[in-house]
Design a protein around this ligand. Sequence first.
Ligand code: HEC
Length: 102
Amino acid sequence: MLVFAMTCVTALAVDQVAQLDLGKKLFTTQSVPACAMCHTLKDAGAKGVVGPALDELNPDAQRVVTALRNGIGQMPSYKERLSEAQIQALANYVAKVSSATK
Ligand code: HEC
């Protein structure tokens, strides 16, 4: 795990930071409706209570992608609202920061 983390930091630092940054922006304000309205996520300073608290759910990236593409329960699908790259950025961001707070 440590080796993996270090590889990311060195080889992919720029890409990763840019992608996480984009994911955070999408989460807090740039997706419509914004995820933060409905979800709690500590890293994003989000305190929504309509959907599950993502720090507790701790979804992996694939689970986030599925929810965003298809929608789930009261959550709308974002397939028509976000690009594939935006969905990936959000998924990586949510998976990473939700597991960090465990
Ligand atoms: C209108 C409120 C609302 C918005 C906006 C919203 N969600 Fe949700 N979300 C929900 C609800 C409600 C659930 C639980 C659905 C269920 O399990 O029936 C959920 C579930 C999820 C899940 C868990 C899926 C699973 O497999 O259990 C993830 C991950 C998620 N949302 C991420 C996001 C992200 C990322 C965004 C922003 C692009 C977002 N949500 C926007 C309400 C919302």
